[in-house]
Ligand binder design. Structure first.
Ligand code: HEC
Ligand code: HEC
Ligand code: HEC
Ligand code: HEC
Length: 215
């Protein structure tokens, strides 16, 4: 169902090098799953659809307390301000250091990891999509136009067939890697806990309603 697409149309050279490097390591050391995972930073996973609906389209159902308010947890996380960060003085400094021609908030070299969908070469955007939402739900869970309906969401296999991704460590490493100019060593367990947004275990999916008529 899913196709594999090079991570970025802007950094194909870097990716080629990364792939070359990791396959070199692989063949030299004949190993280990963890290197296999490192290699997967070079690819993005998508189902055969690429319409990013926008955070607001997830918020309608995922802000309620009975489901566990995943929206609130996301909003409190740094992912929600990843675009704003590109407007900061620190970002301007980095852009200058790197000799970028445009400001950070307009540079593909930065937007790639600071805005949802940017590195998806086939991305299309729904009317609620806003780049100001930074790293939104769909950066990790996949473009949501088709899986966000209640009857589909309640059947996880159906949701996955419609593009829902349940992300793992390798999906984080797409952005949390040394290509980030302010890279901090990434420990999946600690980082994952910092962004925890669990479903309420009491939640009954039968109660889910189509809250948004205007699909
Ligand atoms: C119409 C309501 C609705 C909308 C809109 C919606 N969801 Fe959901 N979502 C649900 C419900 C209900 C569940 C719980 C499913 C269950 O209990 O099995 C769920 C579950 C999930 C899960 C967990 C899947 C699992 O079973 O582990 C993820 C991830 C998710 N939604 C992401 C999103 C994203 C991303 C969006 C926006 C693109 C979105 N949802 C929009 C209702 C919705
Ligand atoms: C599409 C790119 C992208 C993906 C995928 C991604 N992140 Fe991030 N993450 C960022 C960016 C950019 C920031 C910095 C945001 C800022 O401060 O403006 C960040 C920041 C964070 C922070 C805050 C770190 C701090 O020191 O404040 C945590 C925690 C985090 N991410 C966890 C994760 C985890 C866990 C995953 C995978 C499940 C993940 N991220 C996937 C781009 C991404
Ligand atoms: C490969 C993905 C990636 C790229 C490309 C990227 N960033 Fe980031 N950026 C991140 C992540 C992930 C973080 C969070 C830091 C961490 O926890 O590692 C971050 C954090 C930041 C921060 C906050 C630093 C801090 O210490 O709080 C700034 C500022 C920033 N990025 C600016 C930029 C600028 C400017 C560019 C373009 C020149 C850029 N980034 C390109 C992934 C990226
Ligand atoms: C930085 C990546 C990232 C972002 C952004 C993100 N999620 Fe998640 N989400 C995850 C990870 C990782 C899991 C845990 C998957 C697992 O259980 O293995 C998860 C799990 C979930 C679950 C299931 C929780 C459970 O208990 O099974 C729901 C529902 C969900 N996310 C909804 C959302 C919604 C809605 C948004 C936006 C408001 C969002 N997520 C934004 C990475 C992310």
């Amino acid at each position: 169902m899913r196709e594999f697409i090079p991570a970025s149309r802007f950094n194909t050279e870097g990716i080629r090098l990364m792939k070359l490097f990791s396959s070199l390591i692989l063949s030299l050391l004949t190993i280990s799953l963890s290197f296999g995972q490192a290699d997967s930073t070079a690819v993005l996973k998508y189902a055969g659809q690429h319409i990013y609906a926008g955070v607001e389209r997830c918020q309608v159902c995922h802000e309620a307390d009975d489901i566990g308010n995943q929206f609130g947890a996301w909003q409190a996380s740094n992912h929600a301000k990843a675009y704003q960060t590109l407007l900061s003085e620190e970002a301007a400094k980095i852009a200058k250091e790197k000799g970028l021609k445009k400001p950070a908030y307009e540079s593909p070299e930065c937007l790639e990891c600071h805005v949802t969908g940017y590195s998806d070469p086939k991305a299309e955007y729904g009317e609620k999509y806003k780049k100001e939402d930074g790293i939104g739900c769909e950066s990790c869970h996949g473009a949501g136009e088709f899986f966000r309906k209640a009857d589909i969401m309640c059947d996880i296999e159906m949701a996955k067939a419609n593009g829902l991704i349940i992300p793992k460590e390798e999906d984080c490493l797409r952005c949390h890697n040394e290509r980030s100019p302010r890279y901090k060593p990434f420990d999946f367990k600690t980082y994952d806990e910092k962004i925890a947004h669990k479903l309420n275990p009491e939640y009954k999916c039968e109660n889910a309603e189509e809250e948004d008529e205007d699909w």
